[in-house]
Design a binder for this molecule. Sequence first.
Ligand code: AMP
Length: 283
Amino acid sequence: MTTTIHTINELQTQIKTWKNSGFVIGLVPTMGALHKGHASLIKKSAETCDKTVVSVFVNPTQFGANEDFSKYPRTLDKDIQLAEENNADIVFAPSSEEMYGKNYNKDFMTLVCPPYDLVNQLCGKTRIGHFDGVATVVTKLFNIAQPDYAFFGQKDAQQLYIIKKMVKDLNFPIKIIPCPIIRESNGLAISSRNQYLTQEEKQKALSISKALFTIQKYYEQGITDAQTLFDTAITVLDKDLELEYLNFIDYETFKKTDIIKQHTLVAICAKVGSTRLIDNIIT
Ligand code: AMP
């Protein structure tokens, strides 16, 4: 049975009881509109931990002024059902006021700012302040739920890297568990934002994962030059997509690399119509 909680106080009371009983607690932070990708994280938490908290919160601090905060899908009843099916114990769904107080103002709150070198590339280049918002809300959720484990998807590879670094740098006693990208059978990475796509756009969006798989194939055939792989991938991408980036990043240092080797993050972001999609592979 999954209990839905809307207040920090109520969640903390429950957490305290669990801690007193010695339960291991897992946290799965989400923005809701839950799908199979989220389900895999919840399932993993339920397998790993005694108790699982799924947070559902469309976090205003991580959206830019011209982004999709107001139209982001909000489907709490369905989310609770999916969380329950995957053995979550609690869905924590606070309001913005509960998380940030009455007069929400990003310029008048303490923010957690991840390192400039990590933020100033990939999504952070165009989504100014996005990762400050992510790190801040995740810090708050960590402080509120005090999990032993927290589960994050590889789908948001830059976010995952930043959270791992934050946990290390700020000494959170939490183990971060990365979870693989869940895809549709045709290869499209599942995302809450896929709901925005028309059928035709979905077809075009497929070329994003195709481009990544093409890179993987050529890499496995021995091509390691990033520019050559980039040029090949571009020919696979649907012409109507607006490419924001296709970058090759050393996944140990998180710096751009010209030569691909094992553990290179190949990350892509493209707009299909007005929908911005991200995907990646790690070689
Ligand atoms: P979101 O609700 O989009 O903020 O995502 C919440 C968590 O689910 C993040 O850790 C995401 O990386 C993860 N996630 C989203 N989509 C997928 C997917 N297709 N496969 C695996 N994890 C995912």
